[in-house]
Structure formats: C-alpha cells, structure tokens
Ligand binder design. Structure first.
Ligand code: DGY
Length: 319
C-alpha cells in the first residue's frame, strides 16, 4: 500500500507530482484554515504531513496521526508552530525550508523600510482619492535612509541579505544576536556587532530577523522600545510575538517612535487594537516569501524532505 501524505493547504502546482508517484497525496482544498480539531481528524493514519506555519503541530496532533507518522515537513523557514520536543519523543522528523526564501523576505523588509520612510502608501492613497492637486513643497515629506544607521536583530541568512541591500543604499550597519558572526563575514558586510541595548540606542531603523523562540518572545517590550530613538522605525518580517505589539501601538500613538513596517503580527491574522488606525505604519499580510519563484522552491524542498523520510533516508533539512 502506498504511504499517505496530507497537505494542509493547496500550493502552486508542480512539486506534488513527484510525491504522487510514490504516495497517495491528499490536499485540503478549502479556502480557509483547518481548525485544530479538523486537522486532527484529517491526519489519522497518515505517513507524512506537509504543513504550513498556520498549522499547530503539537503532542495532540502527533497523537491523532498515529505511530506510523514519519515526518512533519513545514512549508516555511520558521518552525515555531512545531513542537520539536514532541516530534523527537515520537521519532518523527521535522523539517523546514531554509535558504530558498532569503532574498524574497529581505526584499520585503527593505521595501517596508522604504515604504515607511518615504510614505509610499499614504502617497498612493492620496492619488487614488483624487487628492493630488499638483506638486507641493511640503507634501508628504519623509526621511532619507542614506547616511543613517540600520540595526539588524538576528543576522542569519535573511539578516545578512538585508545588510547587503542596506549597504547599497549607504546605511551604516549594526547587528546583534547571541554570538558574533564567524570569521570575516561581519567585516565583509560592513556590520558592527553590538549589544541589544546599544543597537536600540544608536539605530535609526531596526529590522527584526530572528526566529521566534521562548528567548525572543517580546524581545522588544516596553523597556526596549523606550530605549529606541524617538524617530526610529521598526520593521518586522520575522514573527509577530517578537514585539509586544500593544506596547508598540502606544509608543506609535504617542509619537515616541517614528513608525513601523509590519509583515507579521503578534496575534496573526488579528491586529492589535489601534494598529490599523495609525498613519505612521505600513501593514502587509505576511507576504515575505510570496513570490512565484520562492514558493516553487519551497514546495520542491518540502517534497525532497518528505521523499527522503518515506524512503528511509535522513531528510536534507531535518531540524
Ligand atoms: C517563513 O517561511 O517562515 C515565512 O514567514 C513564510 O513566509
């Protein structure tokens, strides 16, 4: 009998054909998300789970799947939705998609930086609303990014890709993470390693690129936001709960921060009260990796991981 793979949401056509050659592939075709109970009902008896960052993979789900489950393959680089300890205890492999969404995510982070500093969305709204009555010397004044300092929190692949973009735009670069980058990489990218507090105090713009873990949950809370410059702009394309969003809204409302660009939210897809009413923020619907090229590569990578597990090999992106 062929092994069974359950795919929790439809993906771009292509990658699943390779799986279908050796497995029965069942795709949840519905528009919306499966609830935890629906997901548990769907996974009973499957051998592999092709899941998304919106699916919570916990003890209860693994239990519902049964002991034959070999792999939980996430269609994302972030894997805070997966209880890795529970997977380990049950001998289930867990995988992610590192590397293939680096450039697309850094593009969105940089696009947000430019959109907030140059007020692109406000400008677009103004033109569409028929309120553009011709060039004016004080209309929609923003701030230049050239010559300013960008602080990068979490300087893995995506943080480094952000640094490369920022260098091209004439920014000075600070970064913080648990340990400095190995070898000459930091120097080559023009990055200076500093503590979190130093980064908060000296950066004009701050971009988050760290994973969500218990250590990074609310890494930027009230105390940290208070250390930032009053004009500073915060960009988050990592994971929402890294920032205490309620505190951030208060700081933005009181103009104790310059602005923010968000692709991810603490209570995604819900927004914290007040966030959508602010004019100094640009809000995107978690589209960091949303390019045709990236999503194709992510799909292929997930399939490679599942095929390896089903064929008794170690998946290439085992966590
Ligand atoms: C990821 O892969 O973690 C991204 O957030 C998905 O776009």
């Amino acid at each position: 009998m062929k092994p069974c793979v359950f795919v929790t949401r439809p993906i771009l056509p292509g990658p699943l054909e390779r799986l279908a050659a050796i497995a029965e592939v069942r795709v949840h075709e519905g528009e919306g998300l499966l609830s935890a109970a629906e997901l548990r009902a769907q996974v009973t008896g499957i051998d592999a789970l092709f899941c998304h960052l919106t699916d919570i993979v916990d003890e209860a789900l693994l239990e519902a799947a049964g002991p034959q489950l070999r792999i939980v393959a996430n269609y994302a680089v972030g894997y805070n939705n997966i209880d890795l300890d529970a997977c380990r205890r049950r001998g289930v492999a867990a995988t992610n998609t590192p590397g293939v969404l680096t450039e697309s995510t850094a593009d969105i982070a940089f696009a947000l930086l430019l959109a907030v500093t140059r007020r692109l969305v406000e400008g677009d709204h103004m033109v569409r609303a028929g309120e553009f009555n011709g060039w004016a010397p004080q209309m929609l004044l923003g701030h230049e990014i050239s010559g300013k300092t960008l602080g990068i929190i979490g300087c893995g692949r995506i943080g480094q890709a952000m640094a490369r973009r920022a260098r091209g735009f004439g920014l000075s670069l600070l970064y913080t993470q648990r340990k400095p980058l190995a070898g000459d990489l930091g120097r080559e990218l023009g990055l200076e390693y500093v503590s979190l507090d130093e980064l908060l105090e000296h950066s004009d713009f701050i971009s988050l690129h760290c994973p969500l873990t218990p250590e990074t949950h609310h890494l930027l809370g009230r105390t940290q936001l208070a250390r930032m410059k009053r004009e500073a702009i915060l960009i988050n394309t990592a994971r929402g709960p890294v920032v205490d969003e309620a505190a951030l809204v208060e700081f933005l409302q009181k103009k104790e921060l310059g602005g923010a660009g968000f692709d991810v939210y603490e209570h995604e897809p819900q927004l914290s009260p007040g966030l959508a009413e602010l004019d100094n923020v640009v809000l995107l619907p978690h589209i960091g990796s949303a390019t045709v090229e990236t999503r194709r590569r992510m799909g292929e990578m997930v399939v490679d991981n599942i095929l390896a597990a089903l064929q008794g090999r170690r998946p290439p992106n085992a966590l």
